[in-house]
Write a protein that binds this ligand. Sequence first.
Ligand code: SF4
Ligand code: FES
Length: 248
Amino acid sequence: MTVTDERPTVEVAEHQRLVTLKIRRYDPEVGPEATWQEFQVPVEKGDRLLDALHHVKWYIDGSLSFRRSCAHGVCGSDAMRINGVNRLSCKVLVKDLGEVITIEPIKGLTVLKDLIVDMDPFFEAFKSIKPFLITNGNAPTRERLQSAEDRARFDDSTKCIMCAACTTSCPVFWNDEAYFGPQAIVMAHRFIFDSRDEGADERLEILNEKEGVWRCRTTFNCTDACPRGIQVTKAIQEVKRALIFRKV
Ligand code: SF4
Ligand code: FES
């Protein structure tokens, strides 16, 4: 079957269908404004959006720029705004997205080119909450033991793959890049509630600041966006409660 468009003819095999990818393009070397560009892409039943984007890049327009690595929902590099919602392109099936699919970069971070944003503010927020085990005194001579119950206390927040889908779906972050954002708070939660860690007060003090946890307006966008199913808003609420009820 051959389907024609005003653009070049697209060959579509019997087991394929055509979808339109409407992609927000930006190249600072071409012009100061972003523009929308449409691509007709043949897809198969089990194709993910990442497969369709690869088709554009490999067979239609090699200048299309986007991040991806593992292609299996592990590395967190391909978060983008798909039909207005933050998703990982490697985890969403084209068949669930309709005939015309809009694809934009995640919001709130500076766009460098096409779907690639500057992740520096996101990683700075992550680093600022000290995402590592803090202990006092001498290094132990054996493994630090932890009960199954204590490990379960922060299990959900260990699942984060740092894709930024949560932080860049937050209206507070859209208006203020200095806000720590949901991901940094989830990562703080992972250590604050770890029974082996002794840096909880330090982290809580950091998150008590102007751009910290109190800026959260509990919109739940972050929880809805998380591809790992982390209860992001719940984690933020638990950190707020820890601040309210801490002993100092
Ligand atoms: S909490 Fe979820 S949405 Fe946020 S960075 Fe981690 S994996 Fe991505
Ligand atoms: S490419 Fe690694 S999570 Fe999608």
